[in-house]
Write a protein that binds this ligand. Structure first.
Ligand SMILES: [Zn+2]
Length: 396
């Protein structure tokens, strides 16, 4: 599947300007991006864009990164599965679990990275979502109640060591015991802190921001079903310009008007899109069971906690759905949709974003889009100058 050509030549319409270009990659870098003559048939050309970057990926194809039995081979397979959706970087996300399960997961991901340079390049960092979250039904979402616990910097430090210093993002609820001190320690250690799975009051949100929190994890999900009209956790997060807003754009987690409000308040540059893919992503509709409990993928593609229809359990789709759903929900163009799913998450984590320009990382993908409601048709994905999915398209 993986092929290497040097130089590697890809043509397409730039995602940001629509201009037809030829991108030449040599080694792991982009050697040139040159305009091509405009022809009548350009409407049929694929688009070309920087690779997608997802901050919140829990697994794929039945593999969960927080599975206590996770092997390096399984982790590697679940990470590489995203290449075919145009994703070149992601954060394997481990949710609330026992210390032993988290330790096994981080150790397996570390081993997967150490065994394969392309997997290593794909893992921009790990995301620890929990276990320092609200234990209330609603805010905790599908996180197991019996494993939710107070913030524990010593535990985090041990997990960080096991991951090989890969944990770059942690989601915490500001109201848990010890949260403020934990946030300060994490920030001083270079870890980005995000607020999520919370029922915090406005003052607790403000204290978390003062301590250094810089992001809201899936704002509008992982919260109480009913909240006070003024004193709630949403307004202070929307009002705070220091908080980047992360939204699940799989089409099931949020209604379009909520997404429109967030985008208008935060702007494109302060918004990040994620699919929050569950370990069941890529599986057909049906009932599934793992150490986290029972889930069901409905015919609509919605993934719920089994036995009801309201409580979601992550997404069954991959990151490319965010790009099409944000366009459908808000009317933004490819430039904005892809910047929110590529450049912005990189910037939040302090990584060099992939860019279509000379000297940039050879990290891009080509795609078609058959109709407004279709998923992207990913023709090729290139990572570090290597074709990790499909075949590069060149103009006839
Ligand atoms: Zn979550």
């Amino acid at each position: 599947m993986i092929s290497v050509a040097d130089p590697l030549v890809l043509d397409g319409r730039r995602y940001d300007t629509g201009e037809p270009v030829r991108v030449v990659c040599r080694g792991a870098s982009i050697e040139s991006v040159e305009p091509l003559p405009v022809r009548e048939s350009i409407e049929t050309w694929p688009w070309i864009a920087p690779g997608l970057f997802d901050l919140q990926i829990n697994g794929h194809g039945g593999v969960w990164f927080c599975d206590p039995q996770l092997t390096a081979e399984q982790a590697s397979r679940a990470i590489a599965a995203y290449w075919r959706f145009g994703v070149t970087r992601l954060c394997p996300t481990l949710i609330t679990s026992s210390f032993e399960a988290l330790a096994a997961g981080f150790a397996a991901i570390r081993a997967a990275c150490e065994a394969d340079p392309l997997v290593d390049a794909t893992v921009a960092g790990c995301h620890l979502e929990g276990p320092y979250l609200s234990g209330l039904d609603g805010p905790r979402g599908a996180h197991p109640k019996d494993q939710i616990r107070p913030a524990d910097w010593d535990e985090f430090s041990r997990l960080q060591a096991l991951s090989g210093q890969r944990i770059r993002l942690v989601t915490i609820a500001p109201e848990v015991e010890g949260a403020e001190a934990f946030i300060r320690q994490a920030v001083s250690a270079g870890v980005v802190v995000s607020i999520g799975h919370t029922a915090a009051n406005p003052e607790q949100i403000r204290q978390a921001v003062a301590a250094g929190a810089r992001c809201s994890t899936h704002l509008g999900n992982g919260c109480l079903a009913q909240i006070h009209r003024h004193q709630n956790h949403l307004w202070p997060q929307l009002a705070e310009p220091k908080l980047t807003c992360c939204l699940i754009l799989d089409g099931h987690h949020l209604p379009a008007d909520f997404v429109q409000v967030c985008l208008q308040v935060k702007g494109v540059s302060n918004t990040v899109l994620t699919c929050d893919a569950a370990g069941w992503a890529g599986c057909p509709p049906g009932n599934y069971s793992c150490h986290l409990g029972q889930s069901e993928i409905l015919e609509s593609g919605k993934l719920v906690v089994a036995g009801q229809r309201e409580l979601l359990a992550g997404s069954a789709d991959e990151t490319d759905v965010c790009v099409t759903k944000i366009r459908e929900f808000t009317g933004v163009g490819w430039r904005e949709a892809i910047d929110m799913t590529s450049r912005n998450p990189a910037k939040l984590l302090g990584c060099e974003p992939a860019r279509l320009r000379r000297g940039g990382r050879a990290e891009l993908f080509q795609f078609t889009h058959a109709s407004a409601t279709a998923r992207l048709g990913v023709l090729s994905t290139v990572l570090n100058g290597v074709v990790v999915h499909g075949q590069p398209w060149q103009s006839p």
